[in-house]
Design a binder for this molecule. Structure first.
Ligand code: OGA
Ligand code: MN
Length: 293
């Protein structure tokens, strides 16, 4: 595994010092070779979240770098429909900005609750890349939590209870609390649309066991009474805000954050709706559906 400050093919990998994540230095993502991509992939698997400061990427550069990691998904359908960049359906716009009366992106300016991207699908993306074009002077930080450590920290009896169970990852609401366009909302977790995944999965690349929760709202443990499912989910979700297993990113323009969308969850703080925040995101297709540990 790469260690702090270690120089590989000209790039440095320095752990954030928090409970997850590393900063990668010495790289211009517009011009990288295969050995550098391989080193970035190793760090991404090892640390869950890797960040690059001071990049100068056009949309085409963002798509080109993302493709080095695998095939890309198209931008998902959100509350405002499919908001992508003209001519580049792979780029999803996360923004509160309204132009000519229409939102240019999704998720607004409120809090985005803990989630994994698109885990309501049978094969969720393996990576998400988020690039900062405009950021507010305060607020709008993005936090990550490491789901390997979340599993390790479960009390043994709770882990035993979770073992072998499947959980529904709801597809009704996005992380901003908005109903996805085309979905009829329901508050009943048993009947809401979504996909069942094992609660404890084996990561297809690292081989390590991790907790796989997706998102809390409308989550449902298959086969249980609703009350029993709610109680178990509340217990499993209790440790997610623990800084010892997470990292909070304070954005600067030109930052690119690449996360492992299987072994981490993320959330975003609210920010002043009168300020502008514009982020462009791509997603790398999953290599394998989440499989039971
Ligand atoms: C995302 C997301 C949060 C943010 O792009 O998947 O959850 O900080 N974004 O914009
Ligand atoms: Mn997200």
């Amino acid at each position: 595994m790469d260690q702090g400050g270690l120089n590989q093919h000209g790039i440095t990998v320095a752990p954030t010092g928090s409970g997850a994540g590393a900063e990668i230095g010495g790289v211009d993502l517009r011009h990288i070779g295969g050995a550098q991509v391989a080193a970035i992939e190793r760090a991404w698997i090892a640390y869950g979240v890797v960040l690059f400061r001071g990049q100068q990427l056009t949309d085409l550069d963002l798509v080109a770098f993302s493709r080095r990691l695998g095939g890309l998904d198209l931008a998902p359908i959100q509350e405002t429909g499919r908001r992508s960049v003209a001519g580049l359906p792979e780029i999803y716009v996360v923004s509160n900005v309204i132009e000519n009366g229409a939102p240019i992106g999704s998720l607004g300016s409120g809090e985005a609750v803990w989630h994994t991207d698109m885990s309501y699908l049978p094969e969720p993306p393996k990576a998400s890349l988020l690039y900062a074009l405009e950021i507010p002077s305060e607020g709008g930080n993005t936090s990550f939590v490491d789901m390997y450590q979340a599993l390790e920290r479960l009390p043994p009896d709770l882990r035993r209870r979770a073992s072998g169970l499947q959980v529904k990852h709801d597809g009704t609401y996005n992380s901003g609390g908005y109903v996805r366009q085309g979905v009829v909302p329901t508050g009943d977790p048993r009947t809401s649309p979504g996909t069942l995944h094992p609660l404890i999965c084996r990561h297809p690349d690292s081989g390590r066991e991790m907790l796989y929760l997706g998102r809390r709202r409308n989550s449902y443990i298959d086969g249980m009474d609703l009350a029993e499912s709610e109680a178990l989910l509340d217990a499993l979700w209790a440790g997610m805000d623990e800084p010892a297993i997470g990292y909070t990113h304070r954005w600067q323009v030109g930052d690119l954050v690449l996360w492992d969308n299987r072994s981490t969850m993320h959330r975003r703080d609210a920010f002043d709706p009168a300020s502008r925040r514009v982020m462009h995101r791509t997603q790398v297709k999953g290599s394998a559906p989440p499989a039971a540990a």
